[in-house]
Design a protein around this ligand. Structure first.
Ligand SMILES: Cc1cc2nc3c(=O)[nH]c(=O)nc-3n(C[C@H](O)[C@H](O)[C@H](O)COP(=O)(O)OP(=O)(O)OC[C@H]3O[C@@H](n4cnc5c(N)ncnc54)[C@H](O)[C@@H]3O)c2cc1C
Length: 453
């Protein structure tokens, strides 16, 4: 199993339950020792939740059966059936497989915009959420200490790109952080704090429909967030963000959440992809690659419930965790010579927490906004957390934050990193096919000479 996210952990847990130790050895290849509950990440950045509360330990929920290799897969030799893993100590090790389940998720999608790689910060990993929180508080600290009006204004202007649920939640939650923080910074003029939410699309969160999109826009605008639709970033440098409508915004913060792209590991396979995601059958096996399955954000799983030819499942946790269970069932069926089944799930809707007492949600087609929407959003996520310990941590954090607020403390742990997408999402960590073959040459020899594994 490659990846311990919603899809990977869903699959491993099901396999552990359904297969005996004599039937299968399960190995999980994961650089982290936790499953990240990504939908609550904006609340980590905002300081409402601690990082630990959304990092669900892999060891606590395991039935002590699965062997966990701490590292990321950097290449796969599908002919020799071997993965090359870079462990967390930087060494390369190889792992053979009979069946390989690929669930490495996605990374932040970027475009060829000048300065983006150097200056944009993502919201896809725990490190990024913690980094952004520190960075935003650092801007408040530096603006407070500065006597230069221009520097103050630039440090207090924040730009978020991406009007999907991730970007909208991030802008809303972080704006609340700065709004509430100013009372601890008596030297700062609150009117200098400016938040911009920018998206090239004409609507916010189009998947919620016109009415709720407009409700979200209304909530954000009333809070003072300037939403610019039909606009993107033309270029960015250390001190300015230039928009495609010609505006030049002095700012030290560009948070980039303009969609996701499948993990770069998928591109190294040389197999067919659809919008970057690995093409799989409705049963989630990969055509032409013996014993390989793929799911979650990394795979283009046909969306049979939609009933439209060519539709693929959206990259959501809702699908990924269900696909995990479905792949496990199909893998077990394959091992036992039984019939595999196509994956189908009808979308349950979307819940969006905008911080404070605000939200917009559309559970099972029912449109909600304001406090009821937020209650549904928090209730849904709370129920979906996999362990009781995580549920307790999250609930305690919510209550504590509601009663005592935030202390706006910078941890400084990541201050020495530039915090780029490359730093935190390891987008350039992968091997070329030739490098993979250098690591797996001995296995290829064994296959070629008739030796098995
Ligand atoms: C801010 C934010 C808010 C969101 N809100 C919602 C929401 O409200 N509802 C919803 O349904 N979805 C939401 N999503 C989307 C959802 O989180 C994803 O669709 C879901 O996480 C996909 O699951 P996955 O298992 O495919 O990938 P992930 O959960 O991302 O897991 C992938 C795992 O693979 C690991 N990995 C990556 N590369 C490698 C490698 N080379 N080798 C080994 N392991 C690797 C990663 O470390 C990670 O642990 C949100 C996403 C974000 C970023």
């Amino acid at each position: 199993m490659v990846g311990a996210g919603f899809a990977g952990v869903g699959c491993v847990r099901r396999l552990e339950r359904r297969l005996t130790e004599r039937e299968a050895v399960i190995t999980l290849l994961s650089p982290f020792s936790y499953q990240l509950y990504l939908p609550l990440l904006p609340q980590v950045a905002a300081g409402v939740l601690t990082p630990q509360s959304v990092a669900l330990s892999l060891r606590r929920s395991q039935r002590h059966r699965t062997r966990i290799v701490p590292g990321g897969v950097v290449g796969i030799d599908t002919a020799a059936k071997v993965c090359v893993v870079r462990t967390i100590s930087g060494e390369f090790v190889t792992e053979e497989y009979d069946h390989l389940v690929l669930a490495p998720g996605s990374v932040t999608r970027t475009f060829d915009i000048p300065g983006l790689a150097e200056h944009a910060r993502g919201m896809k990993t725990l490190a990024e959420a913690v980094y952004i929180r520190d960075h935003v508080i650092a801007q408040l600290d530096l603006a407070d200490a500065s006597d230069d009006e221009q520097e103050r204004a630039a440090r207090l202007r924040f730009v978020v790109v991406g009007g999907g649920y991730a970007g909208t939640e991030t802008a809303a939650c972080l704006q609340l952080l700065t709004h509430n923080a100013v009372k601890r910074y008596p030297r700062l003029d609150p009117s200098l704090i400016k938040w911009h939410l920018v998206d090239i699309a004409p609507k916010l969160m189009p998947e919620l429909g016109d009415k709720l999109g407009a409700a979200a826009l209304d909530i954000l605008t009333k809070r003072g967030i300037e939403v610019s639709l039909g606009v993107s970033v033309a270029s960015v440098d250390e001190k300015t963000v230039t928009l495609t409508d010609g505006r030049v915004l002095p700012s030290r913060t560009l948070i980039w959440t303009a969609g996701v792209a499948a993990s770069p590991l998928i591109g190294t396979l040389g197999s067919e992809t659809l919008r970057g995601r690995l093409v799989v059958s409705a049963e989630m096996d990969v055509p032409g690659l013996d014993g390989v399955w793929a799911l979650g954000d990394a795979a283009a799983v046909p969306d049979l419930a939609k009933g439209e030819a060519g539709a693929i499942c959206p990259p959501t946790a809702q699908h990924a965790m269900r696909q995990g269970k479905a792949v496990a069932d199909n893998l077990v069926a394959k091992l036992r010579g039984e019939r595999t089944r196509p994956y189908t799930h009808k979308d349950l809707g979307l819940v969006v927490d905008l911080g404070g007492l605000d939200g917009v949600s559309k559970p099972l087609g029912v449109e909600l906004h304001g406090a009821p929407a937020q209650a549904v959003a928090r209730g849904y996520h709370w129920a979906a957390l996999r362990t009781n310990v995580a549920k307790t941590r999250v609930m305690t954090n919510w209550l504590l934050n509601a009663v005592a607020g935030d202390d706006y403390v910078r941890t400084g742990f990541l201050a020495s990193k530039a915090g780029t997408l490359r730093d935190f999402e390891y987008t350039d960590a992968y091997l070329t096919p030739e490098q993979v073959r250098e690591h797996t040459g001995s296995f290829r020899g064994a296959v070629g000479s008739g030796g098995g594994h």
